[in-house]
Write a protein that binds this ligand. Structure first.
Ligand SMILES: C[S@@+](CC[C@H](N)C(=O)[O-])C[C@H]1O[C@@H](n2cnc3c(N)ncnc32)[C@H](O)[C@@H]1O
Length: 215
């Protein structure tokens, strides 16, 4: 099982964000394995770069690159007045969230800037202009049905056969969920498409492999 070096794990643990360590280790293992395809590893939902650190290090190890997409204005549950709001990532001049400066500092501190392409924009718009094939897609963006479905529809078809789809915050039981069950519905949709086979489940993280070109 591939595990990050202690300094990478320390950078991940020190970074602001929403990825627990157990899930981070599963994400890393999946990303390293997918890197063998030699194709870019893509993440939707950069936030402050916590999970990006792991994808960047996996990309570095495989000689490929991590691409991370975010508009950096935060998801619904991160807005002022909501449970996951963090006042330290608000741009006082604009009066809106801006996680890009923290993300850049996080990546710089981890020494991984050269292994990441950061795209600032709406995920479906970026997906529409992204022409290349991907070896790995990690969906951790907006948690409404509208956003999670658009992420799946925009990015999953770009996965090469043998590529890996990872979905975060999959909660089959509504009692456990804290940001809605849209990621769970996307996970079911991927399995029901017949194009994906489940590889592993670690807490709310699901790793699927694209086993068929038909999608
Ligand atoms: C749950 S956070 C990502 C957490 C991050 N992966 C981590 O490890 O801490 C979700 C992120 O998705 C971004 N986001 C939500 N909807 C988006 C969209 N439609 N396009 C681009 N980014 C989006 C938000 O700005 C937010 O930073």
């Amino acid at each position: 099982m591939a595990s990050p070096q202690p300094q990478i794990l320390a950078a991940f643990e020190a970074a602001k964000g929403f990825m627990p360590v157990r899930e981070g280790l599963a994400l890393y293992e999946a990303a390293v394995a997918a890197g063998a395809l030699g194709l870019p590893l893509l993440e939707v939902g950069t936030y402050c770069g916590r999970s990006t650190i792991l994808l960047a290090d996996a990309a570095r190890a495989s000689g490929t690159v991590a691409v991370t997409v975010d508009h950096h204005r935060g998801s619904e549950e991160q807005q002022p007045g909501w449970e996951y709001h963090d006042t330290t990532v608000v741009d006082p001049e604009v009066g809106r969230m801006d996680t890009l400066p923290t993300f850049r500092r996080t990546l710089h501190a981890a020494g991984l800037e050269d292994h990441v392409i950061a795209v600032v924009g709406q995920s479906p718009q970026v997906a529409r202009v992204w022409g290349g094939r991907l070896g790995f897609v990690f969906i951790d963006g907006g948690h409404t049905d509208e956003h999670a479905s658009a992420d799946y529809e925009g990015w999953a078809p770009k996965l090469a056969e043998g590529g890996t789809l990872v979905i975060h915050d999959v909660f089959p039981d509504p009692v456990d969920e804290f940001t809605g069950q849209a990621p769970y519905r996307v996970y079911l949709r991927a399995l029901e498409s017949g194009a994906f086979t489940e590889v592993s489940a670690t807490d709310s993280l699901r790793v699927l492999r694209r086993t068929s070109a038909a999608l």
